[in-house]
Every structure is written in C-alpha cells, then in structure tokens.
Design a binder for this molecule. Structure first.
Ligand SMILES: [Zn+2]
Length: 376
C-alpha cells in the first residue's frame, strides 16, 4: 500500500505502477497490507530483466510476519477487489477505476480495500469490508468522506459477518407479489447507514440496497371495527427510505444490477422500487380500513333488529350510552362517535343537570368517596 496516495500497489496486476514511485523506504511511505509494517521498494526503475519488489527486511529470505491464514485471506480480498473492478470496467469502460486501501490491517482484523471510481457525473468510493469491521475501521470510512464523493460500503451477501437473514416480507407492487429478503443489520451497519454513506450488499452480479422496515399498528378511526379476525390486520409495517431510518426493526433488500455502482443512472430503479413500496403500503392501509369499516357495518346490521329505534331516532336521555359506562372503551367509543356525527359536542339529552354532574360536583363526589375509603 502506498500511504501517500492510499492506493493499492499490486505488482502482479500493474507491474508498471511502480515506475514512478521512489525507491527504498521512502520515509515509511509503503506498508504491507497484511501485517501493516513498513516496506522497502527494491529494483531499478527501468530495467526489463529485473522485477521490482517490496521487502519487509534486507534478510536473505523476506517473510511477512502475518500468519499464513491471514495472508491467504488478504490475497483473496485483493483478488476479489480486482474482480469487482474488472466487472465494473466491463460494464462502464469510460469509468476510471483504482484500487485503494481504506483501513490497514489490525491484529485479527482484515484490511478494508476500496475501489475509487471517477465517472463523468462524479467520483465515488466503494469500500469493501471482509469479515468483521472494527470500530476504528468504521471511523476511517466515515472520516474519509467528502460531500462531493459518493461513499459506498459494499458488504458481501455470502459473508456470515455481514449478512444476518431475518426471513422475507411479501409485498404486492404493480399487481405482482414480491418476496423481499429481510435482514437484521449489525450495529456497525446501522451506524454507517445513519452517516452519509450508502450501505449495500452484493450477491454475484446483483447489488442489494436496503430500506427500513418499521412495525406499525393502525389507530382505529370512527366507523371501523378491528376486533376478532381483523385484529391481526391492524398490525402492519411501513418503510423508511432512501436509507433505513434509525430504529428500523429490520432492513429489506431491493435488487439492482451490480453495474449500477459504476452507472449511477441505474440507481433510479431503486427510487422507483421504494416509491412502489410506499404506494403498496398506502394501498394496504386503505384496503384494511375498508375491511374494518365493512366489519363495523355488519356489526351494526346485526344489532339493528334488537334496537331498531337506534338507527332512526335520537335516543331518549335515560337510555343513551354513556362513554363512562363501558369498560371496552376502544371498541365502543368509535361506534358511538359514528352514530352521532356531532360526537365532539354534547351528548343527546344532556341537559343542564347532566352538565352539572360532569362538572366540579362530580369531582367533589369522587373526593368524598376517596376520603371515606382512606378512613376505613
Ligand atoms: Zn507483511
């Protein structure tokens, strides 16, 4: 790694890249991606017979102190970054792509590689974590951003540390049923999503973009009955987008082609998909409220033969249901409100006596009762 530029110097991928670099230790400019130690760049600048190389020491045999397993993982991560770079370059040949390093290795923690993309519409950096991200590495990702550069953190769908499945959610959008994968985000993924970073996953040639899922309960309105079989319909969920909001119970993942990373115009499909989700949500609410109103109407029709005068005539004062008289207030209050359109006003038959009763007199009676109870 060239610490002066943050770029990955890979002699196998781009042997010519070292031509312009100063030889020797260059004041600690080069560091090993696996162990983090300073390296020395050896070899003449222009000599076709001699391959330039980086060395940890001047000993006969140069060895990286990192363990063989860690070294293998770092090599795999580098190969993976180049494979993604090739995929994106094939999809968008005009885009300039460089491999970089966001955060170097820490003991037991993999370095974070990145791809820097320059397109005609702007620059972006795609950070590629492998395995767990340390807090320090998250700090590095967040510190490295500027407002002009779009920052991505691209997790791997097949890395157990990055992807915690949480079932699926079924949504009907544009008259088609969709099954969307849900995940439980890690605390680090939540933290990144709250910052100005786009958190995403890749799965082969697919890019997965998250939206937030929030459980909600529809508050009953006048003329709705959510009891019985309708009770489960009262519970639903809503989205938060374009990025999951803080407090989302789960994240859903929308699919786009992976090349959208290099072709921002393709990201428009995600905006459409998220708008569709919101439309589906309003549709669900309207449909379910309609069902709750139907249920309420059926209930009323069933009650009608027993008390027919209730529908046609105002109730006499002595039989008018009082809100205080029912214990299941949530069931009864909306029904009463629907029967009397002016529900906010005085109840039918409430004369001066009734008004008095609900005023300070009633409170005094309560106080007397409480005092009596205390003295018992
Ligand atoms: Zn090393």
């Amino acid at each position: 790694m060239d610490t002066a530029t943050g770029l990955l110097v890979d002699l196998r991928q781009a042997p010519d890249s070292v031509r312009v670099l100063p030889r020797g230790r260059a004041s600690g400019r080069y560091s090993c991606l696996a162990c983090g130690r300073a390296l020395e760049l050896c070899g003449p600048r222009n000599h076709t017979d001699f391959t330039a190389r980086f060395r940890h020491t001047r000993h006969e045999i140069d060895r990286c102190p990192a363990g063989p397993e860690h070294l293998a993982r770092v090599r795999a991560a580098v190969a993976d970054a180049w494979a993604l770079a090739e995929h994106l370059a094939a999809a968008a040949p005009a885009v300039r792509i460089q491999a970089a390093v966001t955060a170097t290795a820490e003991p037991e923690v993999m370095p974070v590689l990145a791809l820097r993309l320059e397109t005609s519409s702007g620059a972006s950096v795609i950070h590629l974590p492998h395995g767990e991200l340390s807090d320090h590495q998250v700090d590095r990702i967040l510190a490295g951003g500027d407002t002009a550069t779009r920052q991505w953190v691209l997790f791997d769908r097949h890395d157990g540390a990055h992807y915690r499945p949480a079932g699926q959610v079924r949504v009907r959008t544009r008259r088609q049923d969709q099954h969307i994968d849900k995940i439980t985000p890690t605390s680090c993924q939540r933290r990144l999503a709250q910052a100005q970073v786009v958190v995403a996953w890749r799965d082969g040639g697919t890019l997965l973009l998250p939206f937030g899922g929030h459980p909600i309960t529809y508050s009953p309105r006048a003329g709705e009955d959510w009891s019985g079989s309708a009770a489960s319909w009262q519970r639903d969920w809503k989205t938060s987008q374009p990025r999951p909001a803080d407090g989302a119970a789960w994240w859903g993942l929308l699919s786009l082609p992976l090349r959208a990373l290099a072709a921002p115009a393709l990201l428009g499909a995600a905006v459409t998909a998220m708008t569709d989700l919101e439309a589906a949500q309003s549709g669900r609410e309207a449909y379910r409220r309609g069902k709750a109103r139907e249920r309420y109407a059926q209930q009323q029709t069933r009650l009608a033969p027993a008390r027919p005068q209730q529908l046609a005539l105002p109730l006499p004062a002595d039989t008018a249901p009082s809100p205080d008289s029912t214990t299941s207030a949530t069931d009864q209050v909306p029904q009463i409100a629907a029967q009397t359109p002016a529900a906010a006003g005085p109840a039918p038959g409430s004369g001066p006596a009734a008004a008095q009763e609900s005023g300070p007199h009633r409170w005094r009676r309560w106080r007397r009762l409480l005092t009596r109870l205390r003295h018992r």
